[in-house]
Design a protein around this ligand. Sequence first.
Ligand SMILES: Cc1ncc(COP(=O)(O)O)c(C=O)c1O
Length: 359
Amino acid sequence: MIQPKRLLLNISRAPSNTENRLGKVMRLDHNERTTPLPQAVLDAVWKTVSPEEVVAYPALESLYRKLAASLGVPRECLLLTYGSDTGIRMVFDTYLNEGDEVVMLDPGYGMFPVYTDMFGGKRVFVKYDADFSLPVTRIIEKINDNTKLVILANPNHTGTAMADGDILKVIQVAATHNALVLVDEAYHYFYEKTMIGQLPAYDNLIIVRTMSKAFGIAPLRVGYLVSQSANINNLIKVKLTYDVTTLSAKFAEYLIDHPSIGLEYVRDVNEGKAYLADEFKKLGAKVFPSVTNFVFVRLPEGSDAVKLVRALEARDIWIKGPFKGVPVDGYIRITVGPRAQMAIFMEHVKELMGKKHEG
Ligand SMILES: Cc1ncc(COP(=O)(O)O)c(C=O)c1O
């Protein structure tokens, strides 16, 4: 067999998930939108597509201008990407030399370490405390002259957010070592704060966002990078010739023009989250507070989390976990949907935990 290039020899990745998760009971495992967009939205978007647009290569200028205006950033500070995952990969591809250190939080988005390996970087993990806290000094002390990239998902993988002041400290320390900070705001809109306002002041700051989460169009693969234009001009060097498609751009534009669709979903998720926290508490479980559309839940002492996850799976209800490692050891993770959906979910949980008739 012909070997792949050296840097790929130790990377193993599961084959792409081709399993059909559609039309099953509940997809609460990948932090997508859990309820369909209204058919009226699909019909309205489709009406904006001209026959010529489905034969010509994508022309994304209209989306660029709309998105730049909605974010309040200059057009040249923006780069649309094929999902935010591709945007993240482009940052590695543009900046990482072999041996450069990449500082990232553990747990974190699974592709950060994979891209570090793929581009020859050195993984530097920063761990949380068991109570989900992470003093910013712990991140800062890992930054040195070998650091090229510091990645902060905010909110992060535990569903919590870092204070803006702490993120700024990291950006400032990174700047003194010529290191970039990539702030991944995938869960923006569930959490309103953003570092976008800091972009003019820091040339070592890149922000990545996605339309997969609050806006709900994960399969359409629309993400974007925001940074000073000089950085965007470098990132463009590794861009695929074409990535975001015309149809995806049409959906994205429609959702930017109709922000209530995303914002109502955020409100629905917040209601679902409050409901889940109450219901799990009644069962003696602990829901860790989250500013995202997912929650970590620790079942009461003596409950078998593995058994519950498997039993839910047998009913075509997918959740994640139980996880291993601090701080999420033993926790399960549930993507939160609107309250009505969460009520159905909790019926299943209560039945499986034998608490159906106890209120
Ligand atoms: C923190 C974070 N960043 C990025 C992504 C990638 O999202 P997408 O490629 O759909 O934009 C995810 C997906 O779960 C995520 O959790």
